[in-house]
Design a protein around this ligand. Sequence first.
Ligand SMILES: Cc1cc2nc3c(=O)[nH]c(=O)nc-3n(C[C@H](O)[C@H](O)[C@H](O)COP(=O)(O)O)c2cc1C
Length: 319
Amino acid sequence: MPSRRTIETAVALACRAPSLYNSQPWRWVLGSQDLSLFSDPDRILPATDAFGRQMVLSCGAALNHLRYAFASLRWTSVIDRLPHSQGRQCLATIGLAPAQDVSDTDDRMATAITRRRTERLPMDPPGRWDQTFAQVTELAAQSGTHLEDIGEHGRPALEAMSRRLSGLRRADPVYQAELRWWAGHSLYPEGIPAEALPAARHRTVAVEREFPPGNVTSDTGNEDDRAAILLLSTPSDSRLDWVRCGEALSAVLLACTDRGLATCTVTHLTESGAVRTALRELSDGDGLPQVLVRVGRSTRPAPTTAVSRRPLSEILFRE
Ligand SMILES: Cc1cc2nc3c(=O)[nH]c(=O)nc-3n(C[C@H](O)[C@H](O)[C@H](O)COP(=O)(O)O)c2cc1C
């Protein structure tokens, strides 16, 4: 096994992964032979994610971040997903072996982990998109996930669905209470601080979730979102699909970051059964829609500070 310090470094990098409302619903347990990843059901968001689908997706993203982090530290991860012996909350055990050789890509992806931020302002279109799209489609496929670009033909329908759903949710006090508990302030190293949310004077991007107003502004005055809109879908809706889709999400976000692009994960549209069905009809595949990702060029300088994460003492334990 790697030294304690190496493990702590890799787990800290893995926890830079995105998660629903920055809830960080994961726990890592270090054994003598391997490291295990558990979902933390105390961090489920009942009004937004009643079945824990996005909790598991978030953990899947952390799992792929961990693999890149260990690779950059010269360790190869051998991942066993949903091992039967460890109970329902155990999503993976990770065995580790010294790496024979390390690719330049692993190093670049680990660097992208520290640079990636969720960008919620409108974006300009991504440059050299064909190359990037081919790369991220291949990365998603490696995790058994279908990826497609639905921005061009689907944007008007997506915007209409999003407006309708946002209207319904404005009138849902339970959803609003949960959202406001997690977003718009920074009392704890979790949730989404005002520094990561668009200021009130910006119109919410039409396909984006409506958050309480924050402090983020852009001087360009550009309110038209021209980002590509990607949809990640899975063959079925099993826990394994969710873990693997989370891994695909991590790979897609980091590859785009590595290419200098801004990204935003968007999931409110897949939280409503009816909207999810409509999304499925918009899609060219027959998979189950899980996550949308906006990808484009940011219209402001990259934020220097990252959104906080919980300390290792709260998420990494010895067996
Ligand atoms: C499963 C999942 C769902 C998410 N849904 C949304 C969303 O609907 N809208 C949004 O702006 N961000 C969404 N995010 C991004 C998180 O809010 C973000 O990762 C978290 O606040 C941490 O910030 P960071 O990504 O800048 O590190 C989602 C992330 C995940 C993994």
